[in-house]
Design a protein around this ligand. Sequence first.
Ligand code: TMP
Ligand code: ASP
Length: 237
Amino acid sequence: MEKRAELYSGKAKSVYETDDQDYLVLAFRNDTSAFDGKRIEQLERKGMVNNKFNAFIMEKLKAAGIPTHFERLLSDQECLVKRMDMMPVECVVRNIAAGSLVRRLGVTEGQELNPPTFELFLKNDALGDPMINESHVETFGWATREQLARAKELTYQVNDVLKALFDDAGLLLVDYKLEFGIFKGEVVLGDEFSPDGCRLWDKETRDKMDKDRFRQGLGGVIEAYEEVGRRLGIDFG
Ligand code: TMP
Ligand code: ASP
């Protein structure tokens, strides 16, 4: 497999073509962004930590029968993934109230959400990733009704797998964001799963162990990501 030209550069990852039209190289950079890219900083080791974290989680999801774009690790900061047509939509499940839910609805942070909520956001930094509903997705052609239903089903399945995984590591999976694409007609999990795109709290102390440490200027961002990884048994080398 040969890495070719850069296809796209996002806020924290870059995507490269390969000599195989069905596969791409995903490169995790040290860039860390918040507030729709209005704040970006480089955090040492972050690219490597998130790449290995994502690989570990994607393997767990695959073992649980969830289709993912992840193929294999290539290096400290790179992995090989399937080339998909991405839906420009973010699927968010929340088990505990935090973040924008608290701001929008005035509910108390930390309130348990039973059943968990499912929300959709449009991936559009210029518009501040606005919340959308299922009819918007169909009307504007971001995905078909069937594709969206499958993405939603998979998003909930991920919750069952990962809530248990993090619980065993003494962590609460508060909420998370997933992105899906279409690969050879099938809805497949894409993008990444790392502490950049979810909220994880220590079960005992409720300390934040995710990107909220960066958003809220709490410090110790990568140290927290590595502590989560250590509890899961991830080898960062
Ligand atoms: P929110 O509380 O800001 O709506 O975020 C919900 C979850 O989704 C949280 O775990 C962070 C994640 N998320 C992203 O990873 N990227 C985004 O652009 C947004 C809006 C949320
Ligand atoms: N991922 C978005 C950004 O980088 C939102 C966030 O994580 O706060 O701006």
